[in-house]
Design a protein around this ligand. Structure first.
Ligand SMILES: Nc1ncnc2c1ncn2[C@@H]1O[C@H](COP(=O)(O)OP(=O)(O)OP(=O)(O)O)[C@@H](O)[C@H]1O
Length: 574
C-alpha cells in the first residue's frame, strides 16, 4: 500500500478538491489567525497587569484590555472555524456532486468488475472523511505553523536564552511529525478500503437476500462482514497508535520543556537577568505554544487522512464513463443488422463473425442453447459493450456513430431478470419518461394486464414496490418491465426472456400485445421456449456464438437439425 508521500498523487488529489474553496478557506484561516494574534497579545497585557500590581497600581486599564483581548480572540476564532466548516461542506458537496454525476454513467464493463458496495463507500464515507479532515487540517497546519512562529518570536523578544531551550523541543516535534505522518495516511487508506469491503459484503448479502436465507448462508455472510469490520478496526487501531505516538511524544516533550524553562527561568530571575513578570509572560507563551504545536501535529495527521480519502475518490472519478449527452426522442421502427461481429468478454470469446439483418417492423426471435450469446446480442445493440470487430448497424448506421442518448431513446429493453427499482410503481413505469400523461400509463397498464394489479394495490400506482420490487410477484415484475419499455414508444423493442414467468393466460395476452407492437415496431425477442416464438416473422438460431440458421418456424423445422431437435423436445412434434 502506497503512503501518501508529500506532493504525491494523494496530496495532489486533495489539493484539487480544496482549490475551488481556497478563497473562503483563506478567509477562514485569516479570521482564525486574527483571533490567534489577539491571543498572542494576552501575555503582554498580563505582564503589564503583573507589573502594575507589583508597583501597587490598580491595573484597571490592563485588566480591561486583557478581557477585551480574551473575548475578541474567542469570537474571531469561532468565526474562523465556522467559515472553514462552510468551505468543508462546499468541498464535500462538490466531490459528491462529481461522483453523483459520474457513477450512474459508468460503462457496463467497468461495473462488471467493480464492487458496488465499495463505490457506495467512496461516495459516502470517503467524502465524509474529506469534510472532517480537509479544511480543518489545512487551517490547523497553516494557522498552527504561523502561530507557532509568532509565539516563538514573542518568546525571543522576551528572553532569547529561554527561547533556545524551547526551540530544541519544537525541532524535535517537527522531525517526529514528518516521520509519523505517512504511517497515519497509510493506515487510514487501509481502513477506508476495509470499510469499502464492508459495504461490498453487505451489498452482496442484501442483493440476494432471500437466496442467502434459503441457503442458510447467513453465518457465512456474517463472517464476511465481520472480517471486513475486524480489518477496519485493526487498521483504525494502527492509525490511532501512530496518532497517539505523535500526540504523546509531543505532550511529554512540551512538559519537559516547561520544566526546563521553569528551572532556567527561575535561576535567571534569581540572578536578576529577567524579572518575574517576564518569566510569567514567557510561561504563558509556552502554555499557548503547546496547543499550537499540537494543532500542527494533528493538522498534518488529518491532512494524511483527507489525502487518503481524496485518492480513493480520485480513483473512482477515473473509472471510465459513457458520454450520454443531450436527450433522445422516440422515433419510427428501426432496422437492425449485425455485420461479421466478433465479441469477447475479456479473454472469453462469445460471438464469432455473427451476421444477420432484420428489417424495420416485425417480430424476430433468437433461440439456441444457453450460453450461445443471445443476451449479449442485445447488449451490443444497446452499446453496453463494443464489438471487437465487425459492426452493429441500426438503420444502416454503426451504433458507435449514434449519440448514446439518441440510440437508447429509440430502444425499449426488458432485461432477463426484469429489474424493478425501489420506489413506487409509477416511478418504475416512468423511469426515463417522467411526466408522461396518465392516459399513456393507463394504455400500457391495459396492454400488460397490470390494470387489475394496480386496482388491488392499496395506493394504486403510488404504492411502493419494495427493494427490487420485492412486493410484486415475478410475473408482475416482468409485466412492469414490459410496460416500462412500451411506455417509451420504442422504435426497437428488445425482450430477453420477458414472459418466462407469466402464467398461461397472461403469457397469451402478452404475446398478443407483443405481436401487435411488432406491427409498428421492430421487436427482437430472446426465447428459450419455442412455443412463444413459433409465429415470429423470422427466427435466428444461435449456437456457440454463431448464427446457425435464419428462417420461419416451418423452414427451420425442415432444414435445421438443431432447431428441429429443440422443437422435438419442446413442442413434442414428430
Ligand atoms: N458480463 C459478463 N462477463 C463475462 N462473461 C459473460 C458476461 N455475460 C455473459 N457472459 C458469458 O458469455 C456467454 C454468453 O452469455 P449470454 O448471456 O449472451 O448467453 P445466452 O445465450 O443469452 O444464455 P442464456 O440463454 O442462458 O441466457 C456465457 O458463456 C456467459 O457465461
Amino acid at each position: 500500500m502506497r503512503a501518501p508521500a508529500p506532493g504525491g498523487p494523494a496530496h495532489r488529489a486533495l489539493l484539487r478538491h480544496l482549490r475551488p474553496q481556497r478563497g473562503r478557506m483563506a478567509a477562514g484561516v485569516a479570521v482564525g489567525l486574527a483571533g490567534g494574534v489577539l491571543g498572542l497579545a494576552q501575555p503582554l497585557a498580563a505582564r503589564r497587569m503583573v507589573d502594575d500590581l507589583g508597583r501597587g497600581h490598580a491595573a484597571i486599564g490592563p485588566v480591561l484590555l486583557l478581557s477585551l483581548l480574551v473575548v475578541a480572540g474567542a469570537v474571531l476564532a469561532g468565526l474562523g472555524y465556522y467559515v472553514l466548516q462552510c468551505s468543508a461542506e462546499a468541498v464535500v458537496r462538490a466531490a459528491r456532486g462529481r461522483l453523483a454525476h459520474r457513477l450512474p454513467r459508468l460503462r457496463v464493463p467497468v461495473v462488471d468488475t467493480t464492487e458496488p458496495g465499495d463505490l457506495i463507500a467512496r461516495l459516502t464515507s470517503d467524502t465524509t472523511l474529506l469534510r472532517q479532515a480537509a479544511p480543518l487540517a489545512v487551517s490547523a497546519a497553516v494557522n498552527g505553523t504561523l502561530m507557532t512562529v509568532a509565539t516563538v518570536v514573542m518568546m525571543g523578544v522576551l528572553d532569547p536564552v529561554l527561547l533556545c531551550a524551547t526551540l530544541g523541543v519544537v525541532a524535535f516535534v517537527g522531525v517526529l511529525v514528518a516521520l509519523v505522518a505517512p504511517a497515519i495516511g497509510r493506515a487510514t487508506r487501509d481502513t477506508q478500503e476495509a470499510v469499502g469491503r464492508l459495504g461490498a459484503s453487505l451489498e452482496r448479502a442484501l442483493g440476494a437476500f432471500r437466496t442467502v436465507k434459503a441457503s442458510g448462508a447467513e453465518r457465512r455472510e456474517t463472517e464476511a462482514l465481520e472480517r471486513a469490520a475486524e480489518e477496519a478496526r485493526r487498521t483504525g487501531v494502527r492509525a490511532a497508535a501512530w496518532e497517539s505516538v505523535s500526540a504523546t511524544a509531543t505532550a511529554v516533550v512540551l512538559q519537559i520543556c516547561f520544566l526546563v524553562v521553569l528551572g532556567v527561568g527561575g535561576a535567571r530571575v534569581a540572578s536578576g537577568a529577567i524579572g518575574v513578570s517576564t518569566l510569567v509572560a514567557f510561561l504563558l507563551y509556552l502554555f499557548a505554544l503547546a496547543p499550537r504545536v499540537g494543532q500542527v501535529v494533528e493538522g498534518v495527521g488529518q491532512f494524511q487522512v483527507a489525502s487518503a480519502a481524496a485518492l480513493r475518490i480520485a480513483d473512482a472519478e477515473r473509472l471510465e464513463v459513457e458520454r450520454v449527452e443531450g436527450a433522445g426522442e422516440p422515433g419510427p421502427p428501426v432496422a437492425v443488422a449485425f455485420r461479421e461481429v466478433s465479441f469477447a468478454y475479456g479473454a472469453r470469446p462469445v460471438h464469432r463473425a455473427v451476421s444477420f439483418a432484420v428489417p424495420a417492423r416485425g417480430l424476430t426471435a433468437f433461440v439456441g442453447p444457453s450460453g450461445a450469446g443471445k443476451t449479449t446480442l442485445l447488449s451490443l445493440i444497446e452499446r453496453f459493450y463494443e464489438p471487437g470487430s465487425g459492426c452493429v448497424l441500426l438503420d444502416g448506421e454503426d451504433v458507435r456513430h449514434w449519440p448514446l442518448a439518441r440510440l437508447r431513446a429509440r430502444i425499449g429493453y426488458v432485461e432477463q431478470d426484469a429489474p424493478v427499482l425501489a420506489g413506487t410503481l409509477r416511478d418504475n413505469l416512468t423511469l426515463g419518461t417522467a411526466g408522461c400523461p396518465d392516459a399513456d400509463i393507463a394504455r400500457v397498464l391495459r396492454l400488460t394486464r397490470l390494470d387489475e394489479v394496480v386496482a388491488r394495490l392499496p395506493r394504486g400506482l403510488d404504492t411502493a414496490v419494495g427493494h427490487r420490487g420485492s412486493r410484486l410477484s415475478g410475473g408482475e415484475r416482468q409485466r412492469v418491465a414490459i410496460a416500462r419499455a412500451l411506455l417509451r414508444r420504442p422504435g426497437l423493442l428488445l425482450l430477453d426472456e420477458a414472459t418466462s414467468q407469466l402464467d398461461a393466460a397472461n403469457e397469451a395476452a402478452l404475446r398478443a400485445t407483443i405481436a401487435a407492437a411488432a406491427r409498428d415496431t421492430t421487436v427482437l425477442v430472446v426465447a428459450h421456449r419455442l412455443s412463444t416464438v413459433t409465429s415470429a416473422d423470422r427466427i435466428v438460431v444461435m449456437e456457440a456464438g454463431r448464427v446457425r440458421a435464419v428462417g420461419s418456424h416451418g423452414e427451420l423445422l425442415a432444414r435445421d437439425g438443431l432447431y428441429a431437435s429443440l422443437a422435438r423436445t419442446q413442442l413434442l412434434t414428430s
